[in-house]
Design a protein around this ligand. Structure first.
Ligand code: ANZ
Ligand code: ZN
Length: 843
């Protein structure tokens, strides 16, 4: 019988399902929780999913064999814009689109044979999940973790909707193409910034996380130390001082202007000046993203007002309004030191403001230093190698951080400034003016104001009779949904029509998996048993927001009693896997524009009609480049095990892996060879070398899985297959090795492993077999290599079994060709064998 995965894979999947092999149970075994980031139900699974879920499955199956009670669940991150867009573009309802996609993708995932406890599956748009998320919102509100405040949003004036930062592309709405404006709206915020310090310092304890991710999080939280101080204004009695925050007080002697945010209170007080009002209006046209603000051209407006320099009251500086100064960072006002900051330099150059060096390279005069920093492109000075040319009294003998410290000390001692620590991390605005999300469970009452919905009235579900043919939020237009009664006074009230950011949904799903049916957000006995996630696996693209929000949310759940204290860091270990890439095949059309071709339409570098294609090196699979390989096709032609094996074999899991047709075929061939090895076991001798090879493989595969080096585990299994193929062993000796092979392959190619196990006489299913232990005695290398010296010179060496008797070694040495050549006919006077060490020949 040839290797036919199509039959056996379905067979084993059914056998596992019938045995309930992957049902996670709370029992007295130690637990292990492995989780891959859950998918968004876009409509089809892709190779990235296959790679991600296969890796998690290797860990899950391995831990299970190690005797752990394993939780390995799957669900769907189901709310979000694409469902609404589909409804706008193709008609239909987002709910149908979403659940339809889930059904399709579940059907595509199932044949992969993942060891998932499907009984725990849920989608974040399920009524029960919405219910518990709303319950948690109310608990968090009560615990002071949520606040309502006004904030700036990106407003698309054509689609009449708020846009997420990612939906603003080059300052324009991603759908309408309209110039995005900034608007102030009252929004709900999770108070994540209260946890800035804790979220930062706790990163040190996350030793199971990649260093890179910890650094990215630390940078995002962005702790900085600086000086806060005030400039006295000149002739402005209503606004006597302007407070600024700087991380570079050591550059204060290079100040050349003060700049205010367009939203600064002083600017607001000047709005009756038409020129200022017009400028502020102009600034509103940039989106709210930091990136948008950073990349937009620097715009400034000179108010004509002035401040005095704190170190020299006679020195006056102009007050500008600048589009790059944010109101919600620091104090919303800065001083610019164009000689030592690129952005200030660009601004000063554009508006012909003075550029004065505070310091220069050693030995430079003030003029030389000024000249150096005035020229564009701007040359930054390394603060480690500077000398002061424009002294900051008391700080001039310092460099780098020490100079900053010294400057802060001078300011504090002079009583005109304070040392301040700031964080970049802002509160997390979760209000979305969108339909397809979890409704925010509050109502607005004329009498009582904003009132939390009462828990008995949960869930607040989305109305289903909505239309998407007009822009804006369908919840706003719905004839009745908004009308409700106030839980406090019983009077008429209006529902909040904003829904929650979908990042909220994904910030606690891992906790919900521990008790997906609970009538509260979690069941504490279950959560206490299963939390934390021991191994989390996902893409690096989630290194910042998703993980940071989850870390905050877990703390909020601890505070509100839904998780045990230790779960405030919910992911013990994190692994970020690389992408799956593929070559791109391109030709050009008559206008020499690129035309892309699907991998299956290209063979030997040509299209079917013989047109040669240009091969563009491997890149992330993407529809627009037509280099996507559909896992569904691979599984139906080669079987799931081939897809899994290939995904694990070619590269270390943290790196990108290039999908190639030849690689997939080679993987398939190898699996077929393993099948044949098990198929014809004849009677024959025992082979201790084969037993040794099998136990070396146990040690190697175990170590490799433990360290996430799946490609090395694969390599060790190739070696073992080679050893079995070459071995003269027959009967039990051969079957022993094959059963070990089956066990070691089981995490990676679980279906073939079951067949192998059965063919070689294993009892029950391999999925239930305990992980094999390497016998230390068999791991020892029992051969020894002895150098051979002839007349005191090392000439060659000989490898012999450790326990070989002296006389046999002597015989081998005498028969050795190299020895004979060096002796060149001379008679041997002495032959000394030092066992385990050396052989000396004297002639
Ligand atoms: C003077 C100066 C001179 C600055 C120099 C930098 C370099 P981080 O490190 O991110 O905390 N800044 C302060 N508040 C700002 C705001 N609301 N909008 C835009 N920029 C603001 O950055 C702190 C630095 O960013 C501060 O130090 C300030 O510019 C600017 F050679 O002050 B600095
Ligand atoms: Zn009321």
């Amino acid at each position: 019988m040839p290797y036919t995965p199509s039959n056996s894979e379905a067979h084993w999947q059914q056998a596992w399902a019938e045995a309930g092999s992957f049902t996670a149970t709370r029992d007295d075994r130690p637990k292990y929780y492995v989780l891959e980031m859950f998918p968004y139900p876009s409509g089809r699974i892709h190779m990235g999913h296959v790679r991600n879920y296969t890796m998690g499955d290797v860990v899950a199956r391995y831990k299970r064999a190690q005797g752990f009670s394993v939780l390995h669940p799957m669900g769907w991150d189901a709310f979000g814009m694409p469902a609404e867009n589909a409804a706008m573009e193709q008609g239909g309802h987002p709910r149908d689109w979403t659940y339809g996609n889930i059904a399709t993708m579940r059907d595509q995932l199932r044949p992969l044979g993942l060891s998932i406890d499907w009984s725990r599956e849920f989608a974040t748009c399920d009524d029960a999940y919405v219910h518990q998320q709303q319950a948690m919102f109310l608990d968090m509100l009560e615990a002071g973790l949520i606040t309502r405040k006004s904030a700036q949003v990106n407003w698309d004036p054509v689609d009449m909707t708020v846009l997420a930062n990612e939906q603003v592309i080059d300052g324009k709405g991603w759908r309408s193409g309209a110039q995005v404006e900034r608007r102030e709206l009252t929004q709900w915020f999770f108070r994540i910034s209260d946890y800035s310090d804790e979220l930062l310092s706790a990163l040190d304890g996350l030793t199971g996380w990649p260093e890179k991710v910890r650094t990215m999080q630390a940078n995002w939280i962005g702790k900085s130390r600086g000086l806060q101080f005030r400039f006295d204004t000149v002739d402005l009695p209503d606004f006597p001082q302007i407070e600024v925050y700087t991380t570079r007080p050591d550059t204060l002697m290079g100040a050349s202007f003060v700049a205010l945010s367009p939203d600064h209170p002083l600017v607001k007080s000047l709005m009756d000046r038409p020129d200022i009002a017009a400028f502020v209006e102009e600034c509103r046209k940039i989106g709210t993203t930091e990136e948008a603000i950073e990349t937009a051209p620097k715009l400034g407006f000179d108010t004509g007002l002035r401040v005095r320099h704190p170190l020299d009251p006679a020195w006056e500086l102009p007050i500008w309004i600048a589009n790059f100064v944010l109101m919600d960072y620091g104090t919303g006002a800065i001083f610019g030191s164009p000689a030592h900051d690129e952005r200030d330099h660009e601004f000063a150059t554009k508006y012909a403001l003075p550029i004065r060096a505070t310091f220069g390279q050693p030995g430079m005069s003030q003029e030389q230093a000024d000249e150096l920093v005035t020229a564009a492109p701007y040359v930054p000075l390394k603060s480690e190698t500077v000398t002061y040319v424009r002294g900051f009294a008391g700080a001039t003998d310092q460099t780098g951080d020490d100079a900053v410290t010294a400057a802060i000390t001078v300011a504090e001692q002079g009583g005109w400034g304070e040392s301040v620590t700031k964080f970049r991390l802002r509160d997390w605005g979760i209000s979305r003016q969108r339909y397809w999300g979890c409704p925010i469970p509050v109502v607005h009452c004329e009498t009582c104001g904003t009132v939390p919905e009462s828990k008995e009235n949960l869930p607040v579900l989305l109305p289903l009779d909505v239309s998407f043919d007009t822009p804006g939020n369908p919840l706003d237009r719905h004839p009745t949904w908004r009308q409700t009664t106030c839980p406090k006074c019983g009077g008429a009230a209006r529902r909040e029509t904003d829904t929650m950011d979908t990042f909220v949904d994904s910030s606690w799903y891992y906790a919900r998996f521990t008790s997906p049916g609970a009538a509260t957000p979690t069941d504490r006995a279950d959560a206490d048993y299963w939390m934390n996630v021991d191994q989390y696996i996902g893409g690096i693209e989630h290194a910042i927001l998703h993980l940071l929000y989850s870390r905050f949310f877990a703390r909020a759940m601890v505070k509100t009693g839904h998780l045990p204290d230790a779960a405030c860091e919910p992911f013990n270990a994190l692994f970020t896997q690389g992408m799956v890439t593929h070559e791109i095949y391109q030709t050009t059309d008559a206008q020499s524009r690129p035309v892309y071709h699907l991998p299956e339409d290209v063979s030997d570098g040509k299209l079917a009609d013989g047109t040669p294609v240009t091969v563009i090196p491997s890149a992330k699979m993407s529809k627009s480049k037509k280099n996507v390989v559909d896992p569904v096709n691979i599984v139906s032609s080669f079987g799931a095990d081939t897809a899994r094996w290939f995904m694990l074999s070619d590269s270390p899991p943290e790196r990108d892996v290039e999908w190639t047709a030849s690689g997939a075929e080679a993987a398939h061939k190898f699996l077929a060879r393993v099948w044949r090895l098990a198929e014809d076991v004849q009677d024959g001798p025992a082979d201790p070398d084969l037993a040794r090879a099998a136990h070396r493989a146990i040690a190697e595969v175990t170590k490799s899985i433990e360290t996430f080096a799946f490609n090395k585990a694969v390599a060790a299994l190739y070696t073992l297959a080679g050893a079995i193929g070459k071995s003269p062993a027959g009967g039990e000796s051969r079957r022993d090795a094959l059963r070990i092979m089956a066990q070691l392959m089981a995490p990676m190619v679980p279906h073939l492993a079951e067949d192998l196990w059965q063919m070689s006489g294993g009892t029950g299913m391999v999925v239930d077999a305990a992980w094999p232990q390497a016998d230390p005695a068999l791991l020892q290398d029992d051969s020894v290599t002895l150098p051979i010296q002839i007349n005191g010179k090392r000439r060659t060496e000989i490898t012999v079994p450790k326990d070989m008797p002296k006389d046999q070694i002597e015989a081998l040495v005498l028969a050795d060709d190299t020895v004979q050549r060096f002796l060149d006919g001379a008679a041997i006077k002495k032959l000394i064998v030092v066992p385990g060490r050396i052989v000396n020949v004297v002639a």
